[in-house]
Design a protein around this ligand. Sequence first.
Ligand SMILES: Cc1cc2nc3c(=O)[nH]c(=O)nc-3n(C[C@H](O)[C@H](O)[C@H](O)COP(=O)(O)O)c2cc1C
Length: 326
Amino acid sequence: MLIPYAIVGVMTALEDAARAAQHAPSVFNTQPWSWRITGTTMELFADPARQLDAVDKQGRLLLLSCGAALHHARVALAAAGRAVSVSREISGNFLARIQVEGPAAPTMVDLAAAIPERHSDRRSFGGQAVTEEELTTLRRLVEAEGAYLHVVRPDQVAELGISAERAAAAERDDPAYQAELARWTNRPDFTGDGVPPAAGVRQELRRVPIRDFDPAGSAALPSGDEHDQGTAYVILFGRSDTPTELLRGGEALSALLLRATADGLSTSVISDAIEVEWPRTLVRGLISGIGEPYVVVRLGYLPDAPPPPPTPRRDPRDVITVVEQQ
Ligand SMILES: Cc1cc2nc3c(=O)[nH]c(=O)nc-3n(C[C@H](O)[C@H](O)[C@H](O)COP(=O)(O)O)c2cc1C
């Protein structure tokens, strides 16, 4: 049977969206997802072989990463003028289904343009403060995705710094963590994943320390002279950490990062403070115990610096399956 022309067009749009989703951020750049396209639907699966055993025993960061990929795909489809419905019924590795319902006026075009422009920037940000208006915009976007945002108050930054420092120390002393970090920061080129030394910054005194991706000390980027004076720290959190809420939390994370990028902000994610039990309790305290913290995000300006180098991505043929229709 010949496939109707319109369905071919939809399948191409879905494949383009799955490719756009490959730009999504993921913990240790594991890119722990795959897509299956059939006719006018696209299904998202988690790839448990890419779950981090030491860092992410419960698979929370894996689900957040998959949620970010799901949101990237939604943005790409909206910008391509496709109306979709999304169902999230997590069962085993199956996470979500996107169904194209028909044509629509393109939306979220600026967010789609930000997809290839967004890179984690771990350097210290400059003195220009992130405005209240910007933070309100980001909070509303996150809430529209079913999660919440707490802007860390100036009097809370030191405690956030202590949480990140405690977590880093605990992980430094954990041989399983060190082995996992070594595995994901020394990937052969053909894997198209992991965090290369070029993306890491040298460890220097910071208000809130960032993950040391290169304990051997060959990280390419200096952390810079800016001291994070204008940096805003926000805690992305949800009511609980059920799988569906975590998936939606990842969608919210993507919405936050893409909007911030489109608005000219530099960003990076901090999750080590959430990975270790005691620092996680401290971070939960910063949100007054009203929910479960998912990740911390740094937001700030680095107007004169060249963008940080992009990280690799997997071969789309290993990630996207197009089911031929009979
Ligand atoms: C759930 C999650 C947790 C992350 N945790 C950290 C972190 O603790 N420290 C960090 O520097 N980057 C963190 N990242 C950013 C990833 O390392 C980054 O997205 C990945 O290496 C790909 O690089 P890119 O963001 O530049 O595309 C995290 C990203 C996600 C989605």
